[in-house]
Design a protein around this ligand. Structure first.
Ligand code: GRF
Length: 197
């Protein structure tokens, strides 16, 4: 059985990518990261990938803030396709996915979001949870569709909001769960693929 070929998109430090890559290195995940792409030239996730010997590409996003310029997204699609990517893993990717990527990889793009969706979609969801006085939040892994943090939910983990939590302490507690659940979900997708053989 061939390894599931992953393409990772991220804009930040890449701790979720690291959790997946470490699971691969420990032999817990029959997958390989074919490449990591970022819309931020200085993003930690690119250095992280290079450190693992994984191909890392910066794609200049163009003039929009919330999405890639269509030409830039076409370039992402080309890079992913040429690398033979089967599953696109969004790991702290801070832009909406638009038609070129959705059309090329529809149903094969997953995202991790730091709340119990459908609660608190959008930016800094842990801050939203604190501001709303929620006693519990968490994280969600879901398939990506054309909405913002919508799409079928695959897995969720609950995290308590504790008295005295700051945005930083709460986000850190959520990230502990993210780093467990994201590799687990990819493992489930690998297992499901095997079931279809
Ligand atoms: C995570 O909290 C994830 O849920 C959100 O962005 C953050 C990315 O963190 N989508 P990292 O870059 O994986 O450390």
């Amino acid at each position: 059985m061939e390894k599931l070929r992953l393409g990772v998109l991220g804009s930040g430090k890449g701790s979720n990518y690291r959790a997946i890559q470490e699971a691969i290195l420990r032999g817990e995940l029959e997958a390989e990261t074919r490449l990591v792409i970022s819309d931020v030239e200085t993003a930690g996730i690119l250095g992280l990938a290079r450190g693992y010997g994984v191909r890392a590409e910066y794609v200049a996003p163009g003039r929009y803030r919330t999405k890639l310029e269509p030409e830039a997204e076409e370039r992402v699609v080309k890079l992913l396709s040429e690398a033979g990517v089967e599953l696109v893993v969004l790991a702290g990717y801070m832009r909406l996915v638009k038609e070129p990527l959705l059309e090329a990889f529809g149903g094969r793009i997953i995202n991790i979001h730091p709340s119990l969706l459908p609660a608190f979609p959008g930016l800094e969801a842990w801050k939203q949870a604190l501001a709303a006085g929620a006693v519990e939040t968490g994280c969600t892994v879901h398939y990506v569709d054309r909405g913002m943090d919508t799409g079928p939910i695959i897995a969720q983990r609950r995290v308590p909001v504790l008295a005295g939590d700051t945005p930083e302490t709460l986000h850190a507690r959520i990230q502990v769960q993210e780093h467990e659940v994201y590799p687990e979900v990819v493992r489930g997708i690998v297992a499901g693929r095997r079931g279809n053989d």
